[in-house]
Ligand binder design. Structure first.
Ligand SMILES: Cc1cc2nc3c(=O)[nH]c(=O)nc-3n(C[C@H](O)[C@H](O)[C@H](O)COP(=O)(O)OP(=O)(O)OC[C@H]3O[C@@H](n4cnc5c(N)ncnc54)[C@H](O)[C@@H]3O)c2cc1C
Length: 332
């Protein structure tokens, strides 16, 4: 296990912003990770997956740890289900594609999300009516502060909408994730875009569902290689009843979804578009022409340009609708 000095992080984040990491290491086993934490106990630490949900605004004068655990194994199986453990460094969609090809169901709606397996529980990745929490049964971690191994069952992960105990505490390095998948598949209509894409197929197979999602996502989202971005930049706001009523007075057509417990979700993309930001560009940063929630980088390598543009959006949405948009993306 090598610890490298002064590593440029531009190719390690999908926004392509420049920053130097004072120290950088890719431990490949839990033991290597524990040893690393013991040796560098005093340094500041930052954990990096595929860099698809973060960008840098300045150099990092500490240790960047990129978990490199690559093993995928079947832990157990019976006639109806299979339990799979995958290392944190495994590329998410490679695992999803592999599971779909074997007929293991549960991850197909999360096809093509750019992620490492290790980052999937952090914000409980979700798409097309499914979330990582629906199949995760165990998350294996090392405590950043004590170096101790700690396992979290599904309920201990405290999963929520783009949230988990890992995101809230920023204290655990995930080394592997255990999923329970089903050996049978029945298509359930959960999401309108997807049903539209599958409209000519009476009873879609798991492979047809994956293919449809890959098609929709490729059409809808900019490719990070040609137009650097980090997907949805902000979370959809969760409103109290009073906030919802007040929004509906200002914006009659605001989309509102009742999510129970007297809480309501509205669409960040809708508010950003209403605030006049769809396809808007300031210098080298703008919102994507087909999706106002995605901020894209047209050619800056300075993360501050991106965070400034995001603040501009937040201020305007706050001014017009009295709603504070919260970033989904991590800004370092
Ligand atoms: C084009 C595009 C589309 C996207 N679509 C979706 C979508 O549909 N749904 C969705 O939910 N997200 C989506 N995202 C966001 C992104 O895919 C997820 O947040 C993903 O989980 C990020 O994975 P990563 O490995 O790149 O993590 P990184 O960006 O490297 O890290 C994200 C956070 O997790 C932490 N972290 C990473 N690995 C570990 C680990 N092993 N242990 C502890 N902490 C860790 C990091 O410190 C950081 O705080 C999209 C992003 C892009 C660019």
């Amino acid at each position: 296990m090598k610890v490298l000095n002064n590593i440029q992080l531009q190719n390690y984040n999908s926004f392509n912003t420049k920053a130097i990491a004072m120290l950088f290491c890719e431990p490949e086993t839990q033991e290597e990770l524990s040893e690393l934490l013991k040796t560098y106990s005093k340094e500041k630490k930052l954990v990096l997956g595929g860099g698809n949900n973060l960008f840098f605004t300045k150099d990092f004068d500490g240790l960047v740890i990129k978990p490199g655990m690559q093993e995928i194994k079947i832990v157990s199986e019976d006639d109806s289900s299979v339990i799979i453990e995958a290392g944190a460094g495994v590329e998410w969609d490679m695992m999803v594609e592999d599971c779909v090809s074997k007929g293991y169901a549960g991850l197909e709606n999360l096809s093509l999300i750019p992620s490492s397996v290790g980052a999937s529980p952090i914000q409980n990745i979700g798409a097309y009516g499914s979330e990582a929490k629906d199949t995760i049964i165990l998350v294996k971690t090392v405590d950043l502060q004590t170096g101790e191994y700690i396992e979290f069952t599904n309920s201990e992960c405290e999963f929520g909408y783009r949230n988990s105990i890992f995101k809230r505490t920023n204290r655990y390095i995930i080394t592997s994730v255990v999923f329970k998948l089903s050996k049978s598949f029945t298509y359930k209509e959960k999401y309108i875009d997807l049903s539209r894409e599958l409209t000519d197929i009476e009873s879609p197979t798991i492979k047809q569902v994956r293919d449809a999602i890959v098609k929709i996502r490729t059409r809808k989202l900019p490719d990070t290689k040609t137009l650097p971005n980090a997907g949805s930049f902000f979370k959809n706001p969760i409103l109290t009843e009073d906030e919802k009523n007040s929004l509906q007075k200002t914006v009659l057509d605001a989309p509102i979804y009742n999510i129970g417990d007297n809480k309501f979700k509205t669409s960040a993309a809708f508010l950003i578009e209403k605030a006049g930001f769809k396809g808007k560009r300031t210098g080298m940063v703008g919102t994507y022409e087909h999706h106002a929630l995605v901020i894209v980088n047209y050619g800056t390598n300075n993360g501050k340009d991106i965070s400034d543009f995001a603040s501009e959006i937040q201020q305007e949405v706050l001014k017009q609708f009295d709603i504070k948009l919260e970033p989904e993306v991590w800004i370092y």
